[in-house]
Structures are given as C-alpha cells and as structure tokens.
Design a protein around this ligand. Structure first.
Ligand code: PEP
Length: 257
C-alpha cells in the first residue's frame, strides 16, 4: 500500500526558545527550495510549541509535544495538560524512554495517555523498546510484546490507525550504537503480526511503524529500505536543520525503493 514516509524530530530539552524558532525557520527555508516527499513533524519543548505552531502556518510541517499529563486537568503543579496544547499540536510523543525513566510511565499509563490525546484529536507517537540488558539477554521480543499488547488492548481500530508506533531500542538512543537492521526488521515484523493477530492484516499494513535511535543521514537508509520502517524518530540530529533535512531526503528516497 502507498504511504508517505514520516520523519519526526524530537528536540528534547536541547534548544532555547530563540534557537527553536531559528531551527524551524531554517527547515521552512529548505522546504521552499526543494521538494521533500515525506511528512515532517517537529516536537519542541512546551514553551516553544505555540510559537513554532505559528511559524509553520501555511507549510506542511506539523507540530508535536514531547509528553503530556495523563489527567485532563487538576492540581498537578508543573504538568502540562492536553487541553492547554490543543490547537497548537497535532501529534504527541508518549512513552519515550527518557520519560519512562524520569517519571515512571508504565505501559498502562502510556496507553491511557494515548486514549486521552486521541479524544482531543491529537495523534499519539508511542515509543517502545528494550534496554541494553534486555537486548543482551534475548528479551527484546518479550518486552516488545508486553508493550504492544497493552496498546492493542486499549485502542480500537480507528484509534490504532491514528497512532504511530516507534521501535526505539533504549540502548541506541543518543549513544551512537546502532542495532543490526535485520534485528530491527524482525521487531517491526513481530509488531505487524501482533497487530494482524489482534485486528487483521489490512490494518497491520496501514499502521505506521517507525525506527528511532542514533539516526543520522549516513545510516537512515538501512532501516527504511526493503521491509524496513515507515519513517524515523530523530533526536540529536533533529536540532541541526541541514542534518535533519538530509535525513528526510534519504528516508524518502529509501522508502520509494
Ligand atoms: C529520541 O530522542 O527518540 C532519539 C532517538 O534520540 P537520538 O536520535 O539522539 O538517538
């Protein structure tokens, strides 16, 4: 089936407000000079979301958040509600390993957040993946299966179709350590089969599955070409506009193969 590849930039807590605007302006400029046949999402930190949203008006760039609180509203000092971001974001990263580690988000809470953002018309980007220790002791598939099953038992067909699932081996995030592409294909295939078993093959084919972890322009093709991912979630390289757009170009050309 025909899909447009998806490239998501997770800016983490790397940019000042001024730099966030400069980065998105540079991306916009490059998009005026060249055609990039991919869907692009940028995820600034909370204080820059509204300004980045204003800056991308009239462009194909979409804006996402990096997390959200699991409750609609209430006495949660320091937290950010989905309602406060509504109108500014169309995507929201959930279950990123850095958030799971810092805030203890469980698979059940990630699924709850996915349902919450979907109820506000926002598409979840759900990150799953194993630690280095789990990888080394051959527990990848059992970890992934628990994570994916929680999501599948929480979402209906329409919700799942709006959800993007990102396989991010935790040991590959920000480390420069790259997984064997064959292992990534195996995990992606496992996820698709799990979706097919829960729903059907047609739905499993349509759901977007991405790879994330130390992606650079020089290594992205191996995770996309052939039976690879439908796109990538990029952390470190996404705050450098030229690098990010090189990744977008190479993702699009590898996906077209
Ligand atoms: C991420 O933040 O999800 C990520 C994959 O980071 P990096 O590309 O820096 O490994």
């Amino acid at each position: 089936m025909n899909k447009t590849p998806l490239v998501i930039g997770n800016w983490k807590m790397e940019l000042s407000h001024k730099s966030a605007i400069e980065v998105v302006s540079a991306i916009k400029k490059m998009m005026q000079q060249e055609t990039y046949p991919a869907d692009i999402v940028v995820c600034p930190s909370f204080p820059s979301i509204a300004a980045v949203h204003a800056s991308v008006q009239g462009t194909p760039i979409a804006v996402g958040a990096q997390n959200v609180h699991h409750e609609e509203k209430g006495a949660f000092t320091g937290s950010v509600s989905v309602a406060s971001m509504r109108g500014f974001i169309t995507w929201c990263i959930l279950g990123h390993s850095e958030v799971r580690r810092a805030e203890g988000d469980s698979d059940a809470l990630v699924a709850q957040k996915a349902k919450l953002v979907l109820s506000h018309g926002i598409r979840p980007i759900v990150c799953i993946g194993e630690t280095g220790q789990q990888h080394d002791s051959d527990e990848t598939i059992s970890v992934i299966s628990a994570q994916i099953d929680m999501l599948l038992s929480s979402l209906d067909r329409v919700s799942l179709l709006k959800t993007v699932i990102v396989y991010e081996p935790i040991w590959a995030i920000g480390t420069g350590k790259l997984p064997d592409p064959n292992e990534v294909y195996e995990v992606l295939l496992f996820i698709r089969k799990r979706i097919a078993g829960h729903f059907d093959i047609e739905l499993a084919d349509r759901v977007y599955l991405l790879y994330g972890g130390s992606v650079q322009a020089s290594n992205v093709k191996q995770y996309i070409a052939g039976p690879g991912a439908d796109g990538v979630l990029v952390g470190g390289a996404s705050i450098h506009p030229r690098d990010f757009m090189d990744i977008v170009s190479r993702t699009a050309s590898a996906y077209a193969l």
